[in-house]
Design a protein around this ligand. Structure first.
Ligand code: GLU
Length: 459
């Protein structure tokens, strides 16, 4: 075997003689990294790590028209964010000379030939394309997910492997690059099954071993249709920017079409590495359910300590609220309970929890409990209830405020009707149809603010 890079040579020279697992993820940088593709990356990665193997990241950028640096950066950034670290990095376009050398050798050995053909664009130009001399055999290969697969290659004819002697095409490049880094397991999407016989023919021609294949079934949306952006399948970096945790995505995506056969759903990266088996990947298409992702994210948010939680929320804090650290800490449990992703914090703080930061304007129609609405005396009665509650609360010593509000107010509310008393109290504090119960609100707002808000309503 000859090596493109010297470091690869030394890498292999230093390896024991045992066959080490080598997997690769080989995205084309023609778009941001999306869910079907990052599942492939995760499975390929987990398999390598489980077997103390090598994980190769290969950017397949030979299609110059569609590949961009921006997409390559996106792929790298996404994998790094998820903690999918690679041992070897290859940029396919940098191996072109090596592909050419192999191509020339294939022609010299009689496995391929130059064919002069008229260009398909009708220009009449004659091109020298390179075709593979197809032996027209049945090709059988082992697939860890599909089992034994046999395909007849006669229909493929003498397929094209290079646009010309200097421009080898996809199949040749993939085979050579896999060979050069010693890939033992090709984990990739099912859309590549039909490419496999061609690639195996090329392997045989150049004396490369055939790796074990694992073609992963499609990833569908929860409606069983092809995944699309509209249906919630975002690029990894878009999930990141919405405030999802990488641990949650890794865990969730790893379980799209795979599970270890137990009830356990939450797995750290190390646990995934330990449990992962290619043979347990399901054969039928798997579903990516964005709601499930929200569930995972909530679970991982629960695990964060307070400092980490606020670090993640920080970018989403409305500026006037971020100055009020005391209040933020007091409502941390409410926020944690309600957000699925960190970006939700902004919406929640601005539109729902705004009353924690400034006194609400009260709609007097809202303040009367529903059963008193028809009563002509309803408003007056409500005012009396509130006045009495104000008096009761005033009597509480500040140091006992938190535990005493319920003790003091509840008997009175039970006597007059809970709704009659507690509803206007809660609305006076929050200004909202819905909010946590008045005792929780009073605890958070404190004595002074509570009394001031009730007094303002009485005015
Ligand atoms: N570059 C190919 C793709 O993005 C993958 C090739 C392979 O995994 O063999 O679909």
């Amino acid at each position: 075997m000859s090596f493109v890079n010297e470091h690869l040579f030394w890498y292999y020279a230093s390896m024991e003689n045992t066959q080490k697992v080598v997997t690769r993820f080989a995205p084309s940088p023609t778009g941001k990294l999306h869910s079907g593709a990052y599942r492939t990356a995760i499975f390929s990665y987990l398999y390598a790590r489980k077997h103390n193997g090598t994980f190769v990241l290969r950017i397949e950028d030979t299609d110059k028209e569609r590949s961009t640096k921006e997409y390559e950066d996106n792929i790298m950034e996404s994998l790094q964010w998820m903690g999918i670290d690679h041992d070897i990095f290859v940029r396919q376009s940098e191996n072109v000379e090596r592909h050419q050398t192999i191509l020339e050798k294939m022609i010299a050995d009689g496995f391929a030939y130059i064919s002069k053909e008229e260009a398909k664009d009708g220009s009449g130009v004659i091109k020298e394309i390179v075709r593979f001399k197809n032996p027209n055999e049945d090709i059988t290969f082992h697939d860890e997910i599909k089992g034994s697969v046999t395909m007849n290659t006669t229909d493929l004819g003498d397929f094209v492997i290079a646009k010309n002697i200097r421009e080898p095409l996809f199949h040749l490049a993939v085979v050579v690059d896999d060979f050069d880094v010693g890939v033992t397991h090709v984990v990739r999407g099912e859309d590549h099954v039909s490419n496999t016989p061609r690639q195996i023919l090329i392997q045989r021609a150049i004396g490369a071993p055939t790796p074990t294949y694992a073609h992963l079934p499609l990833v569908l949306g929860s409606d069983k249709q092809k995944l699309s952006k509209r249906k919630g399948a975002l690029a990894l970096t878009e999930y990141r920017d919405l405030g999802y945790l990488p641990e949650a995505l890794l865990n969730m995506v790893a379980m799209v079409g795979w599970n270890p056969g137990t009830e356990q759903e939450l797995f750290s990266k190390d646990e995934l590495i330990q449990e992962f088996e290619l043979s347990k990947v399901q054969k039928s298409p798997a579903m990516f359910n964005p709601e499930k992702l929200d569930w995972f994210n909530r679970e991982y948010i629960k695990k964060l300590d307070s400092a980490a939680f606020w670090n993640h929320v920080a970018p989403w804090l409305p500026s006037e609220m971020s100055a009020n650290q005391d209040m933020l800490i007091k409502i941390e449990h409410l926020l944690r309970d309600r957000i699925e992703k960190f970006s939700d914090a902004k919406e929640l703080l601005e539109n729902e929890f705004d009353y924690f930061f400034k006194a609400p304007t009260i709609d007097t129609k809202m303040i009367v409990w529903k059963t008193l609405k028809e009563d002509p005396e309803g408003l007056t009665k409500t005012k009396d209830y509130l006045k009495h509650v104000h008096e009761l609360l005033e009597s509480i010593v500040e140091t006992e405020w938190y535990s005493e509000t319920r003790v003091v107010v509840m008997p009175y509310a039970e006597q007059e009707g809970k709704g009659n008393v507690l509803w206007p109290l809660r609305v006076s504090l929050s200004g909202k149809e819905k909010s946590p119960d008045p005792f929780e609100l009073m605890g958070i707002l404190g004595k002074q603010e509570t009394l001031a808000r009730i007094a303002a309503v009485l005015d």
